[in-house]
Write a protein that binds this ligand. Structure first.
Ligand code: PLP
Length: 400
């Protein structure tokens, strides 16, 4: 009898974590390595949030809480959805979990049966397909390539829907491309979904607050109120409030689904950290000017990285609407040989050679389901970004 489960055999460890580990190994050997793999803001959690957490500790808010969130936080999340998205929810329609990741996982665990299909636009955040597999469902990646600015078309969505489709996962702005859907682009998708009443929508709005150039963020239940009863709108404080380590994510949706997600959570992790919940409460209800400052900073970095990568031979880097990633196309590099003799046969060999020869760690596109590309996280300083892009330019110049 095998010791490890068949379920485990269906999934693979996160490739983004593997890249970070490889970069750290090289650093430990004394190599000069720049990591552009991190999926988190490079600055600290706001002081008012940290202070709220300290107050929570001193006030003894250190015990079990309600499984899917304290009432005050649920109320603040309802207010957030009303204020920022024009969506009305009651506290029994809100679930709070240990990060956005757990929220998505709970929803899939609570709803998928073997054979159920989940449509995932590719390139996708690495965890979606594996979470679907862990929950016993079938991921159905649908390509949204560079020719449509990495956005899924209505035709492609329509063609992918079958009687077995249970969920459509929507992520705007996206990890790994940064692509954000305009209201019209999203409406084209929600029009398709209105024709298929058996399909539910899981909207992952994690990068809502990181949008640039007056881009207007919008989310499916807001654009098409007819989808309200079959949409789970997911979000969290990780990226917006630089709180990745605090592990608070949340979702709003139909009460029966929220209750089912709570049941999964009650038999796995129970409540998210009590102290983090009070910190998130302060994040959502305290001053919001932090968000504007972040936006300006990331927009400047995006412009810098897009300009520098487009100067590299063989690379085409679209300018994304949001998040802190770019996803350049490297078709022009494939088939060439690097300065140190590596044949660049695909994006994985490109990323490995770039790391070996120039000490720049990026994540190869195949990990996100669309090649040949790589993902750069620009959540790091201008100086580091300039140095890294300079090395990428030199690496590409050396390709023959
Ligand atoms: C698209 C997307 N959704 C969800 C998450 C998970 O966020 P959290 O850290 O709150 O679990 C991430 C984190 O990288 C992400 O990129």
């Amino acid at each position: 009898m095998a010791f490890l489960s068949d379920t485990l055999a269906r999934v693979k460890p996160s490739p983004t974590i593997a890249v970070t580990n490889k970069a750290n190994e090289l650093k430990a050997e004394g190599r000069d390595v720049i990591g552009l793999g991190a999926g988190e803001p490079d600055f600290d959690t706001p002081q008012n949030v940290k202070d709220a957490a300290k107050r929570a500790i001193d006030a003894g808010k250190t015990k079990y809480t309600a499984v899917d969130g304290i009432p005050e936080l649920k109320k603040a999340i309802c207010a957030k959805f009303e204020r920022e998205n024009g969506l009305s929810y009651k506290p029994n329609q809100i679930s709070v979990g240990t990060g956005g990741k757990q929220i998505l996982y709970n929803a899939l665990m609570a709803t998928l049966n073997p054979g159920d299909e989940v449509i995932i636009p590719a390139p996708y955040w690495v965890s979606y397909p594996d979470m679907v597999l862990l929950a016993g469902g079938t991921p159905v990646p649908v390509v949204a390539g560079i020719e449509t600015n990495f956005k899924l078309t209505a035709e492609a969505l329509d063609a992918a829907i079958t009687p077995k489709t249970k969920w459509f996962i929507f992520n705007s702005p996206s990890n790994p491309t940064g692509a954000g859907y305009t209201r019209d682009e999203l409406k084209a998708l929600t029009d398709v979904l209105m024709k298929h009443p058996h399909v539910w929508v899981m909207s992952d709005d994690m990068y809502e607050h990181l949008v640039f150039d007056d881009f207007e963020f919008c989310t499916p239940a807001q654009v098409e109120p007819g989808l309200y009863d079959r949409t789970l709108t997911c979000n969290g404080v990780s990226k917006a409030y630089a709180m990745t380590g605090w592990r608070i994510g949340y979702a709003a949706g139909p009460a029966a689904l929220i209750k089912a997600m709570g049941t999964i959570q009650s038999q796995s992790t129970s409540n998210p950290c009590s102290i983090s919940q009070y910190a998130a409460l302060e994040g959502l209800t305290g001053p919001q000017d932090f968000l504007e400052g972040n936006k300006a900073l990331f927009q400047r970095r995006r412009d810098l990285v897009v300009a520098l990568l487009n100067e590299a031979e063989g690379i085409v880097c679209p300018k994304p609407e949001g998040a802190f990633y770019v996803y350049p196309d490297i078709s022009g590099c494939i088939g060439k040989t690097s300065a140190k003799g590596t044949v660049i046969s695909d994006d994985e060999t490109f990323a490995n050679a770039l790391l070996e020869e120039e000490g720049v760690a990026v994540v190869f596109g195949a990990a996100f389901g669309l090649s040949p590309n790589f993902r750069v996280s620009y959540a790091t300083s201008d100086e580091v970004l300039k140095e890294a892009c300079g090395r990428i330019q030199r690496f590409c110049k050396g390709l023959v």
